[in-house]
Design a protein. Structure first.
Length: 418
């Protein structure tokens, strides 16, 4: 199956299962994207809510992020035209249901008797806790959810520009700007020099140090003047294991390097953080994260990254330990090396305008890389990147040379704050 046909099949599936009505047992609400679908006896007799289950607070804004990314990679205008009704339903859900109390932030709390306590990407029951280890109950506004929505609004604004709806595009940019300001006022903690993991049901900061804040770099919602402090905190010894950034600080009383989301390392989480670091100009730190994950992969069968592995400290005698029950292969983990490479090479696709932008910054441990059969719409490229002293150069070996240009991957002043 071609990449284009594979994408079409995937979008048809999402369209088919997008919720159209409220169903509390399945945590479904109009416009919401599903979390998972299961088959078997329990599902057949509705003894579990996974038919499908909609207990996810992030799939809906991330659907919009994915739609924009697919359009930028393929240049297929019909893709966004065909799925615009679904995208608009997602936007409505974000406003009406994602923001449960109308305060401008995204919150979640299950309504189902069989629902999950946590419905962000960290969905284990013990994933969200206060600094003393007490679990946070009730509606939670996790930091990365705000970033996902901020990014989704900006990406949808670009899509509406493409479709000639300038009024809708401007309205979304205005909302993104307001969210940027509010997030940086309410989530920032000056004393710790870090953003809150979440706001609890009383809108109090949950100041546990967790990797979630790193994903806010990826979405671009972090104020640029604070990005350096965020990156430095993520690269502190309690967070940076040497095999990757942990999900939770080793100094936290609930830390367990072998536990699912309170100390283990997730390759996909690290790849998003690395992309965010590069977006704010921290190329060396992004490359360090990439090297961690690459070293870890070499310890697993066929160099295949598992879904997650233990957040043990790397030293001369240690090695990464696969989490018991981790999926291998797993799509998130399989995609991590490509995103880490994207971070180091500064790849930015703009197929609608026939351009592939690069901003390579290869580290000394990876001095020469050649990409083959790189797709941009219907074009294909082979490109070599290599270090020359402290600079990274590139040469188009195959494909239209004038379609590949250098462009900084870092946020521009006009992009900050929407």
């Amino acid at each position: 199956m071609s990449i284009r046909n594979s994408l079409r099949a995937r979008w048809r599936c999402w369209r088919r299962y997008q919720a159209t009505e409220r169903d509390d047992y399945r945590d479904a609400e109009p416009g919401k994207i599903l979390h998972e679908l299961r088959y078997g006896e329990l599902a057949h007799f509705k003894l579990i809510p996974h038919t499908p289950y909609y207990g996810t607070a992030d799939a809906t804004p991330l659907y919009l992020v994915a739609l924009h990314a697919a359009w930028r990679a393929t240049g297929d205008r019909s893709l966004i035209e065909r799925h615009l009704p679904n995208a608009e339903a997602c936007l409505t859900w974000i406003d009406k249901y994602g923001d449960r109390d109308g305060d401008g932030f995204q919150e979640y709390q299950t309504r189902s008797t069989a629902g999950y306590e946590n419905v962000a990407w960290k969905d284990s029951g013990d994933a969200v806790m206060y600094p003393d280890g007490t679990l946070v109950r009730g509606p939670k506004a996790l930091c990365e959810l705000q970033g996902y929505v901020y990014d989704a609004w900006l990406r949808m604004a670009e899509i509406y520009d493409e479709l000639g709806n300038k009024r809708r595009a401007n309205a979304l940019r205005k909302k993104a700007t307001a969210l940027f300001v509010k997030f940086n006022e309410d989530f920032w903690d000056e004393q710790s020099g870090f953003y809150a993991f979440a706001l609890d049901g009383e809108k109090k900061k949950v100041l546990s140090v967790a990797s979630n804040v790193g994903q806010c770099l990826w979405s671009g919602i972090i104020a640029p003047e604070r990005a350096g402090r965020v990156v430095k905190r993520l690269m502190g010894k309690d967070m940076w294991s040497g095999w990757g950034i942990r999900t939770l600080s080793a100094d936290h009383p609930a830390f367990n390097p072998y536990n699912y989301q309170t100390g283990a390392v997730w390759p996909h989480d690290n790849s998003l953080i690395a992309l965010g670091m590069r977006r704010y100009g921290f190329a060396a730190e992004a490359a360090a994260v990439a090297r961690d994950i690459s070293r870890a992969a070499s310890h697993f069968l066929l160099n295949q990254l598992p879904e997650l592995y233990g957040g043990l400290q790397r030293d001369a005698t240690s090695f990464p330990v696969q989490y018991l029950g981790a999926n291998v292969p797993q799509a998130w983990a399989a995609g991590a090396p490509f995103m880490l490479l994207q971070a180091m090479l500064g790849l930015q696709q703009d197929a609608p305008r026939g351009k592939l932008y690069v901003d390579p910054a290869l580290p000394d441990w990876l001095p020469d890389v050649t990409l083959t059969d790189l797709r941009l719409g219907r074009q294909r490229f082979d490109i070599r990147f290599w270090r020359q002293e402290k600079d990274t150069l590139f040469k188009v070996l195959k494909g239209k040379r004038d379609s590949v240009e250098w462009k900084s991957v870092a946020l521009s002043a006009s992009e900050v704050g929407g």
